[in-house]
Design a binder for this molecule. Sequence first.
Ligand code: SF4
Length: 81
Amino acid sequence: MFQIDKDKCLGCGGCTITCPKGIAIGSENKAEIINEEELIHAGGESVCPYGAIVLEEDDDIEDVFGVDEEIKDDDDQSMSF
Ligand code: SF4
């Protein structure tokens, strides 16, 4: 999942020219991703020459483990009945 590093974003709008359907300039004068698929097609991180578009690690695996832990906890509780 792409995110905007707001500390690095200058609000220059270059990304909105390269990827007008994927990024817009928001109220803080910083880029905001409005359509990630369009951003991927436009080049992803390379759309920003200042490195403000970053690809965050997908944490779905952690979510899955979190669910597993909940299931395990539920199992433990059901055994106590
Ligand atoms: S993300 Fe990059 S190209 Fe887009 S406004 Fe911010 S600094 Fe400019």
